[in-house]
Design a binder for this molecule. Sequence first.
Ligand SMILES: Nc1ncnc2c1ncn2[C@@H]1O[C@H](COP(=O)(O)OP(=O)(O)OP(=O)(O)O)[C@@H](O)[C@H]1O
Ligand SMILES: [Mg+2]
Length: 438
Amino acid sequence: MPGVATEAPPLRRQYLVAVAVFALLLVASFVLFAHLLVEQFSRSYLEDVLLSGRAHAEELARQLGDDAPLYTVVEKRQEALSRISATLARQDVIQTAQVFDERGKLVWSTTTRTEGLIGGFPDANAELVLTAPDRVVETGTTYEIRVPLRDVGSVVVSVSKEALAPRIALLRRRLLLHTAVAGGLSLAVLAAAVAFIWHLVQRNARLAARRRIDEELAALGSLAANLAHEIRNPLNALSLNLELLEEALTEGSTDEGIVSLARAEVGRLSRLVNDFLVYARPSPPRRERCEVGELLGEVAALLRGSCEKAGVALTVTAEPLTIEADRGQIGQILVNLALNALQAMEAWPKRQLELRAARCGQQVAVEVLDSGPGIPPDKLPHVREAFFSLRKGGTGLGLAIADRIAQAHGGSLVLENREGGGLAARLLLPAAPEEAAA
Ligand SMILES: Nc1ncnc2c1ncn2[C@@H]1O[C@H](COP(=O)(O)OP(=O)(O)OP(=O)(O)O)[C@@H](O)[C@H]1O
Ligand SMILES: [Mg+2]
């Protein structure tokens, strides 16, 4: 279809640009989403760790919450403090827990992690910077959670940044992996949707092009039908005048031959115009009850002369059947089919023509069977197309008209090469209602 071929490239380009923009937006939104997700989760994780650190610091503060002096309390609660130390040892993000007195002097501390985080009195002269009690202070390597110890000192739990980093990194990696999988799946869904939409777009384009061609053909057909209609009247007048002229000419005159030749040509033109009009503007069938055997008898009577002249043996076989159809139109189809058969058998040694009618389920099959050459199998699908003819001087409208009339009657025309040679043209028509019910 030329229309589609010329429109396809820009359409495809526009579509690809739209898809690329959409895919980019999707990827960008996933990147942003992943970033926000990772940030949010990292922060939440850190907050959880700090909360847990604070809980430990508060537990320590509770254990030391006695009215006695701080040093005495620490001495007295050695066992509880060791238990807390052991618990903290399992929390590998907590680096140390320390107790300072009111002057900021270190009173008690867990040892460093390498020494097993066992609580005890420190040797070192660690001192607390007293400016920021009761909050989290971030230093270069730790987060220090401070809880005041009445007014005698404070407890400080330090969370190691170094221990936290690989955990947060692992969390980030997992989140990124999950987001990437979700993004990949979304892209796959997008790709499937894109392919499907492209398929629909192309089908639409094809249908639109087909519709345009159909509209053009319909307009052309209507123009041709109008033209044929206008040609028919002057042709009829011409034929009548030629007939009068022929009568007026004296017998044996040389002009008589020319006039009769002209009349024959005008007759051929007239038939062509009539056939074309029947094809282009078919009149709706005027249905009446027809006895099929009777109809076949009438057709046979019309053909008998031609058959005798052509040396064709004509037989009629009909079951008693009734159809509701346009008698004139069906008769015309049968004559056309029979004329095709006679024309095909003109130069054929075996010449038999049979008109047959039989019941075929809910339908009546009216057949025109000949013993001619049949139709080459590769041409068989095309012989119903208008103006397709393999016969010299043929217009190619006979079967096209027969097909249209059969369909207008709710039936069909079937063409088959017969096994023993020749063609079977089968007209299938609905049986009259009372016969169909029988
Ligand atoms: N019984 C047949 N045996 C062999 N060929 C046939 C037979 N009937 C039709 N054909 C082939 O099918 C073609 C189309 O037939 P169709 O009746 O539509 O057109 P046509 O006979 O060529 O022209 P016209 O419009 O005058 O009927 C014929 O040209 C012929 O080649
Ligand atoms: Mg024909």
